[in-house]
Design a protein around this ligand. Structure first.
Ligand code: CA
Length: 132
């Protein structure tokens, strides 16, 4: 009696090959880095050509505006509200850490992450405190 999909042994082999192929494809899709819509990071990179390298890298790999591939951080939400024109939100403090987005960009800290603070200011303050 013929079985559906060929003989039992050959059909089972094909199913394993198809399963392995499917798992490989899913793994490859999950491993892909998030990609920003081209216009959003291009506008930012063009407007801040003198931005420090860590921020330029964050703009290129989407972490400047995204917490996850689908979720925008506070800076990304503000940027989305103004159609990706970063100069329109320079005066805002998107992450509510007390510093404007422009100050953060100039200090090389992430404007969408309140835990991102200038590395040298805290260290420098501690170092010079005994000499005051
Ligand atoms: Ca801020």
């Amino acid at each position: 009696m013929a079985t559906r999909g060929g003989s039992g042994r050959c059909g089972a082999r094909h199913r394993w090959i198809l399963l392995a192929l499917a798992l490989t494809t899913v793994g490859a899709v999950l491993a892909i880095e998030p990609s920003c819509p081209a216009k959003s990071n291009t506008n930012w990179l063009r407007h801040y050509p003198e931005a420090c390298e860590p921020l330029r890298a964050a703009a290129q790999d989407c972490t400047l505006c995204h917490d996850t591939i689908t979720d925008l951080n506070p800076y990304g939400l503000d940027l989305a509200d103004v159609a990706n024109q970063p100069w329109l939100i320079e005066h805002l403090d998107s992450d509510e850490d007390g510093r404007t987005n422009l100050e953060e960009i100039e200090d090389c800290t992430l404007p969408g992450d309140p835990t991102s603070v200038p590395a040298t200011s805290t260290t420098w303050s501690r170092l010079k405190a005994p000499w005051r």
